[in-house]
Design a protein around this ligand. Structure first.
Ligand SMILES: [Zn+2]
Length: 105
């Protein structure tokens, strides 16, 4: 299994609090992080434009909580993947399990 292509460089995921890594040309480790990061930015702009109100404060607190939950979910998923690898599951098999493409062949 020769590696003929250029090795891809990994960078830390740009979403605050995420421990994941992203390919250099991408900012985020996954679709979920990208979406949550964009919602953080959207909420920040909305809150800054409207100012300090109960609703803007609540919205901001909620999007930060969403981001924290996203980090926790991804971290648990990573731990589960590590456990599966240790049990002999290959990365390809793990991907197939997650995407519902498991076959007995
Ligand atoms: Zn991430």
């Amino acid at each position: 299994m020769a590696n003929t292509s250029n090795p891809r460089t990994f960078v830390p995921c740009q979403r605050e609090g995420c421990q994941g890594t992203a390919f250099e040309e991408r900012k985020y480790c996954c679709y979920l992080c990208r979406t949550v990061a964009h919602e953080l930015e959207n909420a920040q702009r909305a809150c800054e434009a409207l100012g300090d109100f109960e609703l803007t404060n609540e919205l901001w607190a909620q999007v930060v909580a969403l981001s924290d939950e996203c980090s926790r979910y991804l971290d648990l998923g990573f731990k589960l993947r590590t456990l599966a690898m240790e049990a002999g599951v290959t990365p390809k098999q793990w991907q197939d399990i997650r995407r519902g493409r498991v076959t007995t062949g």
